[in-house]
Design a protein around this ligand. Structure first.
Ligand code: A2H
Length: 254
């Protein structure tokens, strides 16, 4: 991408204990979090699910504070040089598994209006970027909106990845940022304007991102939380700091 390092906020999505079974059983009894890399911390109120690449290689890593974080090896290695693991250069890996092992896991995510959201497959996740875990905000991210729409519309796609209806069908966009030009949820509007057909419609999704991403920052107004009614460009860093200070998120650079 650009020059120099990219700084992400890693959102700590807490895995419900009852999901630490099967391949994840070795993690039972630990505080396990999926580490989702985002550039839009102010949209976390609108999370509806978590995205995982079913074929991707993931691991569970014990951090210096005892928390277990799930991500790809590359991100864990980077974190081990950012003073997060017990020893510099040591990722603290305790388990390896494919993304498929996480599909259907329920998590509680910071700031999310919804109490319980599920891990679902997204086929366009790049394992070379961020952590390989992506939190989904379909109100404000065209990629997230189309991936969720695909799963809702295509029973065969749900079946292929063992996705139960109740992990997907009850979930609709949760508006969190108003952009005067687009209303209370920009992604569905722009996907409709551009007639985007699926999560694989790359060129159009790129265009949709261009139309919405910057405007969310410059023109967005918060619809949720303690900064409701305030401009995104003023409160974005404050919302980020709220989550950093409460321990619900950490900073990560790559
Ligand atoms: B963003 P950049 Cl509401 N593969 O978070 C694919 N996408 C990934 C990823 C990966 N490995 N890791 C992170 N991302 C997504 C929220 C959001 C995001 C909104 C709107 C736009 C948006 C909720 N999803 O990103 O290539 C994450 O989704 C549009 C750029 O590093 C992360 O922020 O610029 C963003 O892409 C990082 O993308």
């Amino acid at each position: 991408e650009g020059v120099g390092p990219q700084e992400y906020v890693l959102i700590k999505m807490r895995v419900y204990d009852e999901c630490l079974v099967g391949e994840l059983a070795p993690l039972a009894g630990k505080n396990v979090f999926l580490a989702a890399a985002t550039l839009r911390p102010e949209t976390m109120y609108g999370q509806t699910n978590c995205w995982i690449l079913p074929d991707g290689d993931y691991g569970a890593f014990e951090m210096a504070n005892g928390d277990v974080m799930v991500m790809c090896d590359r991100a864990a290695r980077n974190l081990s040089y950012q003073e997060r693991t017990k020893a510099e250069g040591d990722t603290g890996k305790i388990l390896s598994f494919k993304g498929a092992a996480l599909i259907g896991c329920a998590v509680k995510s910071p700031l999310a209006i919804l109490e319980k959201i599920y891990c679902l497959p997204m086929l366009t996740i790049l394992m070379g970027k961020g952590t390989g875990v992506v939190t989904s905000v379909p109100s404000d991210s065209p990629d997230d909106f189309m991936a969720l729409s695909d799963l809702k519309a295509k029973k065969a796609l749900r079946e292929k990845f063992g996705v139960l209806d109740e992990w997907v069908l009850p979930f609709d966009v949760v508006p969190c940022v108003r952009i005067p030009e687009f209303g209370d949820a920009c992604a569905p509007i722009v996907c409709e304007q551009l007639k985007i057909q699926s999560q694989n419609d790359k060129a159009k999704l790129e265009e949709a991102k261009h139309r919405t991403y910057l405007k969310g920052f410059t023109d967005g107004v918060m619809l949720r939380g303690v900064y409701e009614g305030e401009p995104v460009k003023i409160v974005k860093p404050k919302i980020r700091d709220l989550m950093l200070e409460s321990g619900d998120a950490i900073v990560y650079s790559e």
